[in-house]
Every structure is written in C-alpha cells, then in structure tokens.
Design a binder for this molecule. Structure first.
Ligand code: IPD
Ligand code: CA
Ligand code: CA
Ligand code: CA
Length: 258
C-alpha cells in the first residue's frame, strides 16, 4: 500500500466528516437507542460512516471498512488493509454537550497498525501517529512519556466499576486525581499526550481503541487488556492503557495477576 497516499486521503475524508459534523451538531437529527439507555446512535454517526464507505469504495476498492454503525458486521479477519472507524466516539457527549467527541480511525495492514488518528472534532485537535514515526498533536511531535509516580498520576476510568471495587477506591485515594471524559478515543489520545497517565475501561470495541492505541504505542505507553494480554482488534474486550511507570504501579495496586 502507498502509505503516504492513503494517509493523505484519510486526512481529507476526516476533514470532510468534521465539516459535516460541525454543520449538524446544533441542529435536529434522528436519535435511536441501541442496546441500552447510554448506547445512542444518531443519523450523523450513520452518515459519517456512509461517507467513509463511499470514499473508500471509490478510491481504494481493495480496502475494507470496519465501522461501528454496521460495516463491522462483514469483517471477521484483518487480512489486507482494514480501516477501523468510529464515526463519532462519544455519541452521548455529541447529543448532550455538543462537544468532547471524536472521529477515531486506525488503518491496519495484515493485522498491524499503520496509521492512527483521533480528531477531537469541536476543539480541532488532531492526534495522529504513523507506525515507527512517532505521534503528533496538530503537527507538533509528542514527547515520549516520562515516568510518573502513582501519587502524581491523573487516571481515567469508569465510575460504575469504582463503586464495585474496593481496590480501585483505594487507588482513587492514592492518585492525584481522576477524570472521565466519555470518549475512549479522546482518553487514549490524552494518555499518549501525557494529559492523563492511565485509562482503564471494561467493555470497548475495536473501533473505540484502534486509532488511540497507535498513538500510545508511538509515545512509549502500554496498551493491553485488563489481564495484560495483547489487544485483539476483532473482539470487544477490556482495556488498560497507561504511561509505563503508572501501568506497573497501578497493576500492583490493583493486584492484577494473569
Ligand atoms: C463509547 C465511548 C465511551 C465508552 C463506551 C463507548 P460511542 O463509544 O467511547 O467513553 O465508555 O464504552 O461505547 O458509543 O460513543 O462510540
Ligand atoms: Ca456507540
Ligand atoms: Ca465508541
Ligand atoms: Ca461511536
């Protein structure tokens, strides 16, 4: 695959989608509930995925799209080039807040990440990473992550899980602070950029994490499932992504063993 041409086109499609989403964000659009009350999909999510499908079909007929809003149903392996897309990550934020949501894209070739983008749509922050070339925020190179002690760490995780787990409540008392943004892609991008030191979640899909995990890899962070196993990108799973020093200390504090 001609990597730089694919990246150029992917960037153009994301820009087109960003313009479209910004036009729609404060208008009336259709909203449906999927599996439960916090699982929303709007006509805007569906249209963005359709836009990518159309552009990829026209320009790269041999590539395949694995998107949240339907196209993933045809994907059962990562052979060849696969674009893993979350057209809007943080749909609840999109609907309720009109901000703090992202377009997340990871491009994989034969199962290996090649390029990742997380675009914070309303704040116009482009987190990008090409395998082996480092990660960037709006064209500025992100530094490799420096060690941070747990007492000075800012960590992000699901508050529902915090209610159930005493070890996690202990961690909340140990760290400097906790945050929860409602967009896995943005939270991963923040770990890569050193704005957060860890992000843990319990039920994420490949499209939530594909773009962000490349960013983490390229800034020297660690991203595995909760048990510490490599991520799979075909199945839903847990996620444990962090600054390497914080990863180690957090796992000890949470007493995670395989
Ligand atoms: C959701 C967001 C949210 C995470 C959920 C995801 P969506 O994605 O990333 O932060 O907690 O598990 O499903 O549905 O808004 O694309
Ligand atoms: Ca969703
Ligand atoms: Ca998502
Ligand atoms: Ca989504």
């Amino acid at each position: 695959m001609d990597r730089s041409y694919v990246i150029e086109k992917a960037t153009a499609y994301i820009k087109e989608a960003q313009t479209y989403i910004k036009e729609k964000v404060n208008t009336e659009y259709g909203i449906d509930t999927k599996a439960n009350k916090d699982d929303l999909v709007t006509d805007v999510d569906k249209s963005v995925e359709a836009l990518f499908q159309q552009r990829i079909n026209e320009e790269f007929p041999g590539h395949r799209l694995m998107g949240e809003e339907g196209s993933h149903e045809n994907i059962h392996d990562l052979d060849g080039v696969v674009w893993i897309l979350d057209p809007i990550d943080g749909t609840v934020n999109f609907v309720h807040m009109g901000t703090n949501f992202a377009i997340s894209l990871g491009i994989f070739e034969n199962g290996k990440p090649v390029y990742g983008v997380v675009l914070d749509v309303m704040n116009d922050e482009w987190f990008t990473a090409e395998a082996g070339q480092g990660a960037y925020l709006n064209g500025r190179k992100l530094q490799k992550l420096n060690p941070v002690p747990l007492e000075k760490a800012l960590v992000s995780f699901n508050t529902g899980w915090m209610l159930k787990d005493e070890k996690l409540r202990e961690v909340v008392r140990t760290v400097r602070g906790t945050r929860s943004y409602g967009s896995a892609a943005i939270e991963l991008a923040y770990v890569a950029a050193g704005r957060l030191d860890a992000y843990i979640s319990f039920h994420l899909a490949p499209w939530d994490i594909a773009g962000g995990c490349i960013l983490i890899e390229e800034t020297g962070g660690i991203a595995t499932n909760y048990k510490g196993e490599p991520l799979d990108f075909l199945e839903k799973d847990t996620l444990f992504a962090a600054n390497p020093a914080v990863y180690k200390e957090l796992r000890e504090a949470l007493k995670i063993t395989i």
